[in-house]
Ligand binder design. Structure first.
Ligand code: SAJ
Length: 427
């Protein structure tokens, strides 16, 4: 098929490349000239190595062209972002403008697919309106929602192997979209209606947010009960019908902290659990900062805290909605000096420390926020050489507390009832 993909971000780009490598002729369009030029000259600016290789292969195949304007095709896939606006409501303006751009090019029998995560009803309401205003009946074209489901860090594998949900406005629209995705999806493709598909995507991420909120609430409870939360969760998960996620310093990324609001914003009185879960997760950075404050009280002169990890989760570069940002802001508001080190992250709101040594230099405490694999090589005796104090705050249960304790550190692990090691004396 001749396909135009609108929005060449972390979903649109690999999807376009995958389609191009599997028998389709793809034109990719992104509103940003920087993205278009970057892709044309060298896909090297893409941080994800697998996506970079896939994109380079697709471009060299001759079946993936980057266009400066939207080109007419037989199928259009809209993959633009749907961030939360400042008022917390979903910002659907990119979806709307892409829909009008596509509508101008449509001819009968064309297929329009919305991949962006949206509140239930959006495909028909926004894309459908643009099509009708163009003077076409929705029955003249095929319209479907096909939400992306891949996780950063495993995008290429998951694009192929994850099952897909396709919501057609009519069953025949769903079937048209199914045959396009079947060119590269190796797993099942389930066809339903568009509103159901929209809801399915949002509840997948909401489920995860609620589950993590339970883990986080248990962590706070366990700290009071004198029980190790991770041990308790590990054992509870031995039950065949229990599967609780891990507590941590908060839920980041551009999906899980945002998508639940697609339901809560439209139905505030029917989403009590969803809103509570969001609040529990959003407060976790404050809890981490409270514990840091207990361990490293601020005297009249400053204290330095080294923060390890700036991205929103392990082994990815994306720093959007990262818990580190909030923890860093709160600490600095309270008068701490901070240094953030992350050899993996890009796009963090402030300049990162140039090296681990720089971050640790004269620090009173080190705080592990992101469980990047590269941090596993950090040894307490080496870290301690650079630091002024010997305090480790581990917000992920990443390090072995006894090893750090044996290395002379006082250790607090989030979800763990006691601080291990002798009390540090802070003059
Ligand atoms: N987190 C925890 N504890 C856990 C798991 C995660 O605190 O046990 C935190 C992470 O550290 C991170 C945040 O939650 O800050 C989100 O990470 P994640 O791995 O749960 O999710 P994302 O945002 O990387 O990707 C999710 C995925 N959704 C589901 O697993 C249901 C992915 O499949 C979606 O495609 C993606 O959102 C999206 O784009 O919507």
């Amino acid at each position: 098929m001749k396909v135009t993909v609108i929005g060449l971000g972390y979903i649109g780009l690999p999807t376009a490349a995958m389609l191009a490598l599997n028998g389709n002729v793809v034109q990719g369009y992104d509103a940003s000239p920087t993205v278009r030029d970057g892709l044309r000259s060298d896909a090297g600016y893409i941080a994800d190595q697998e996506v970079r290789v896939l994109t380079q292969r697709a471009i060299s195949s001759g079946n993936f062209l980057i266009s400066n304007r939207l080109e007419a095709a037989e199928a259009y896939i809209i993959c633009v972002p749907t961030p939360n606006a400042a008022d917390g409501r979903p910002n659907l303006s990119y979806v709307q403008s892409a829909s009008y751009d596509v509508a101008r090019l449509l001819k009968p029998d064309d297929l329009v697919i919305l991949e962006s995560t949206v509140p239930p009803g959006t495909t028909e309401r926004i894309v459908g309106t643009a099509v009708r205003e163009r003077g076409l009946s929705l029955d003249d074209i095929h319209l479907a929602h096909c939400p992306e489901r891949v996780t950063p860090g495993a995008i290429v594998t998951e694009l192929r192997r994850n099952s897909r949900i396709i919501g057609g406005r009519r069953p025949e629209d769903g079937e048209a979209a199914r045959s396009l995705y079947a060119s590269f999806v190796e797993s099942n493709i389930y066809v339903t209606d568009s509103r159901t598909a929209e809801l399915v995507k949002v509840i997948e991420n909401t489920f995860r947010d609620v589950n993590i909120a339970l883990a986080n609430e248990l962590a706070l409870l366990c700290e009071e009960l004198g029980v190790d939360a991770r041990e308790a969760i590990r054992l509870a998960n031995k039950h065949p019908r229990v599967d609780i996620l891990n507590p941590g310093p908060g839920v980041g990324g551009h999906c899980i902290p945002i998508d639940p609001s697609f339901l809560a914003d439209a139905h505030p009185f029917l989403t009590e659990l969803i809103q509570t879960a969001r609040r529990v997760n959003a407060r976790m950075p404050n809890h981490v900062v409270r514990r840091i404050h207990e361990l490293v009280p601020i005297p009249p002169y400053g204290r330095k805290i080294a923060l390890l990890g700036a991205s929103y989760k392990a082994n990815v570069d994306d720093s959007r909605e990262s818990p580190t940002q909030k923890i860093d802001e709160l600490l600095r508001e309270q008068g701490y000096e901070t240094a953030v080190f992350d050899p993996v992250a890009s796009g963090f709101v402030r300049t990162l420390a140039s090296s681990l040594e720089d971050a640790l230099h004269d620090a009173d405490a080190v705080v592990l926020i992101v469980d990047h694999d590269v941090f596993s090589t950090i040894k307490p005796e080496v870290a301690g050489e650079y630091m002024r104090g010997r305090i480790l705050v581990d917000a992920r249960g990443f390090f072995d507390a006894s090893t750090w304790q044996a290395g002379g550190f006082q250790v607090y692990t989030l979800g763990s009832p006691r601080v291990m090691g002798t009390l540090a004396t802070h003059a």
